[in-house]
Design a protein around this ligand. Structure first.
Ligand SMILES: [Ca+2]
Ligand SMILES: [Ca+2]
Ligand SMILES: [Ca+2]
Length: 820
């Protein structure tokens, strides 16, 4: 009896220990259902505070908390300063991670030490020198909570109850600008309307002990702090992409351990993540391979089999197929198995049943892919036409933007990664109007600038679509003369030709007016760069006149003292000019017979830019230091050498030449296509999905699209070498067969369950622009893939770009053709 009791006690201790947070081999704290990451991802992503860094909590599979760090604001915005990580020490013996942080702008260093303490972590802030005087009362330890996972949930702070608000409506105050910590590079995110004061949110609550989401065990976290106050803020008061922030201001004049938090994320006992059954939400063609990839918790025991259920016309279901589950194995934090139901070919409505999980329904039918590009061509692309009024039914998407045109950018840095050098390389003085640029072109992405390089890609992509597929689809009315676009109104002209024309109009104007290609036409001030709303209201439409007072309008109503006009960044880049020359030549080919005048203008600029870049190249050759020139020399090598070096990266170029060459070229290409097929197969052993998965700070959607397009075109010419299975993998991935969730990455597209939110210019409405393609699965170090479908604001996973979405049209067109 005693012995038994002893064993029972031992077991209890062991099992409660097993539930403690442990510092694992991947250097984060882990218990079943809870991961606490300490600067596995640091604040160096490229766009400042990307809401992806610092101390993070992945709570029952969802990254709900991030931004844990010493910060300088109650609710930091994207362009508030972020700390540089100066050191990261992991001590497995002691179970601690210590991170050094530095703000160079203020010569301010601090450290956080995170230590596992049972089911909680202790987060302690250490200072070797006191907080600099300028930051006293401003610097604090912050932790940010994902609004969409916390709003409408309850919290309790020092015994008082509250509920996280669904929308930002708390109190604010204003303070003199002189008290605001400097923002990134001195930019300002706000227009203070001449008050010289900034808005500072006031806390929702303060106390020493808080439990968040007391009504939801999967989100419940308890936090206590004895040596400082905890203050709860709503970051959405300043910016729609703000998070709920809990913070403790660091005490002034103190060193040593200055603030200590105990953070205990609740874990649901024996929690196992529900299987994520990846399949194509668009459906499957009867004769194509059909393989679901099922993502399993590492503590989950795989089932032996899964079933395909047919949903009959009377609404009842029957088992259409039962098949065995095949193991693929571990990939990062999950385990993967596959369910192949290719042998089911009867058209119908189906769902997959695996264990207790049943998917939503999908179609097996000959026509499932017919409409996969329509939303992108008919809705997304025309909405992104700049310098036009765009309307659809009763709704106006935007008025005519930037009527006042573009000014020559002065020497400047920029918040969207551009730069204007000291030389303008033009005849214009800084801030002088460059005429004629407010025509044509496409909004870059979720923002409204014209990225020249992306716009060149758009035209090239549409020319490629035109030359490969000659689509006659006409669902868009475009009048360049009226500057008017109407969706779903045919006007007798194939839309693709109008899209090419619209892109070329801006690019040719750049070449003619500036003399070469601008790197970008973009916002001059940060406070209108993050604009969410009608593009036509970004600027006031009046010419900027510095002799007027800010916000003053001239007597004739044509100019204002508000410095909101867009700028053209004109530092000359010979390789961009060459890229444009190539684009102008092919665009002229496509436009010939439709708009000869524009085709002639494009050709003229192509020749001039090519000639001038040749002259510049010779000059540079003499200086013998031009990198672009080396690249050009590489481009001059034969395609065979390029294929020998890297078959996968050169295959697309090689395939594109087939129509221009004779039969012997295609035969010489054949062994390379065989090697390319081996490369495609090798991907199926690298990850369970068999597509190239990117691990960068921007998800790898474009690489997958580019891969998928090459595979489709390769099958077009070599159907005996490239298999159907290879062709469907990219479509499956895009439309739902991928990690994290199984929603389609393409907004609408005839999928049963497309993603609901995207980082488009309507993201503040938690919405999407139909036809948008998300970059997709964002990798967070060390082992987490993520795509939020309730929070649109992370561009790296949810922002569609004009180059990427037009690439999707190529992929979709090629795919539709090759599976027919
Ligand atoms: Ca941009
Ligand atoms: Ca049309
Ligand atoms: Ca203006």
């Amino acid at each position: 009896m005693k012995r038994l009791l002893f064993y029972a006690l031992l077991l209890t201790t062991m099992s409660s220990r097993a539930q403690d947070l442990k510092l694992n081999d991947l250097e984060y704290f882990e218990r079943q259902g809870v991961n606490v990451l300490v600067f596995s991802n640091s604040f160096n992503g490229g766009f400042n505070d990307e809401k992806n860094s610092g101390i993070e909590i992945i709570h029952h599979g969802v990254r709900t908390v991030q931004g844990g760090a010493v910060r300088l604001n109650n609710t930091p915005e994207q362009w508030d300063l972020v700390p540089t990580m100066t050191s990261r020490k992991v001590d497995k013996e002691k179970g601690t991670i210590e991170v050094g942080m530095r703000y160079n702008d203020y010569d301010f260093d601090s450290r956080v030490v995170v230590t596992a303490k049972g089911k909680a972590v202790e987060i302690a802030v250490w200072l070797d020198k006191p907080v600099p005087e300028k930051l006293a009362g401003e610097a604090g330890f912050n932790l940010e909570f994902l609004p969409s996972q916390y709003w409408l949930k309850t919290y309790k702070i020092d015994g008082r109850l509250g509920r996280f608000p669904r929308y930002a409506t708390s109190l604010t105050t204003t303070r003199p600008n002189s008290e605001k910590p400097r923002q990134f590079k001195g930019f300002k995110t706000y227009d203070d309307r001449g008050t010289d004061r900034f808005v500072d949110p006031l806390p929702l609550e303060t106390g020493h002990s808080i439990a968040v989401a007391t009504d939801d065990p999967s989100r419940l976290i308890r936090i206590t702090c004895d040596d400082a106050e905890l203050k709860l803020f709503d970051g959405r008061m300043l910016a729609q992409n703000g998070w709920f922030v809990l913070r403790s201001v660091l005490p002034a004049g103190k060193t040593g351990k200055v603030v200590t938090w105990i953070v205990e994320p609740n874990a649901i006992p024996n929690w196992i993540r529900e299987p994520n059954i990846g399949f194509s939400q668009v459906g499957y063609m009867p004769d194509m391979p059909k393989v679901a990839v099922i993502e399993l918790d590492k503590n989950d025991k795989p089932q032996q089999s899964a079933s395909l259920l047919r949903i009959k016309d009377d609404g009842t279901t029957e088992e259409a197929f039962k098949g065995t589950i095949k193991s693929w194995g571990p990939y990062y934090k999950y385990n993967y198995v596959k369910f192949d139901f290719s042998q089911v070919k009867e058209p119908g409505v189906y769902c997959i049943e695996y264990g207790k999980t049943r998917t939503n329904d999908f179609l097996i039918d000959e026509h499932v892919y017919d409409k996969i590009t329509d939303a992108t061509t008919d809705v997304w692309v025309p909405i992104h036409m700049n310098h036009m009024y765009v309307t659809e039914g009763y709704r106006t998407w935007h008025g005519e933007p930037f009527r006042e045109g573009y000014l020559q950018a002065p020497e400047s840095d920029h918040f969207d990664l551009h730069r204007q050098g000291a030389q303008t390389d033009t005849k214009y003085k800084p801030l002088e109007l460059i005429p004629g640029l407010n025509v044509g072109g496409y909004f870059d992405a979720g923002d409204f600038d014209i990225e020249t390089s992306s716009n060149i890609s758009v035209v090239q992509n549409f020319v490629r679509i035109w030359e490969l597929f000659k689509p006659q689809r006409d669902e868009t009315f475009v009048s360049e003369q009226q500057r008017y676009v109407e969706l779903h109104r045919p006007d007798g002209v194939p839309d693709v030709l109008q899209f090419i024309e619209h892109g070329v109009l801006n690019l040719v104007a750049q070449a003619e007016q500036i003399g070469h290609m601008a790197s970008t036409l973009s916002n001059s001030v940060l406070d209108n760069y993050h604009h969410l709303g009608d593009a036509a209201s970004i600027t006031d439409g009046l010419h900027y006149d510095p002799s007027l007072k800010p916000y003053e309008v001239s007597a004739d109503g044509k100019s204002s003292g508000t410095p909101d006009d867009m700028w053209a960044f004109t530092t000359r880049n010979p390789s961009l000019d060459l890229q444009a020359a190539g684009m102008f030549t092919s665009a002229a080919r496509a436009l010939r017979g439709y708009n000869d005048e524009l085709a002639d203008r494009a050709l003229k600029q192509a020749e001039r830019l090519r000639a001038e870049s040749g002259q510049r190249r010779n000059m540079n050759n003499n200086r013998n230091n031009n990198r672009n020139n080396n690249r050009n020399n590489n481009a001059g090598r034969s395609i065979w050498e390029a294929l020998d070096r890297n078959v996968s990266s050169s295959m697309q170029t090689a395939l594109d030449s087939i129509p221009m060459k004779d039969a012997s070229y295609k035969e010489r290409l054949r062994p390379y296509v065989q090697r390319y097929a081996e490369y495609i197969e090798s991907l199926t052993t690298q990850n369970p999905y068999g597509v190239p998965i990117g691990l960068g700070n921007w998800a790898g959607g474009n690489a997958v699209l580019s891969f998928g397009t090459t595979v489709c075109i390769a099958r077009r010419y070599f159907p005996d070498i490239i298999s159907k299975a290879a062709v469907v993998r990219t479509a499956d991935w895009l439309f739902g067969c991928h990690p994290y969730h199984n929603y389609s990455f393409v907004a609408v597209v005839g999928a049963t369950r497309p993603k609901q939110v995207f980082y488009g210019n309507n993201r503040a409405d938690f919405s999407f622009i139909p036809g948008n393609v998300a970059p997709g699965l964002l990798f967070r170090r060390p082992d987490h893939f993520e795509n939020y479908d309730d929070w649109p604001f992370l561009w790296g996973q949810n922002e569609g770009t004009i180059a990427g979405n037009t690439q999707y049209i190529i992929f979709g067109s090629a795919f539709k053709e090759v599976v027919k």
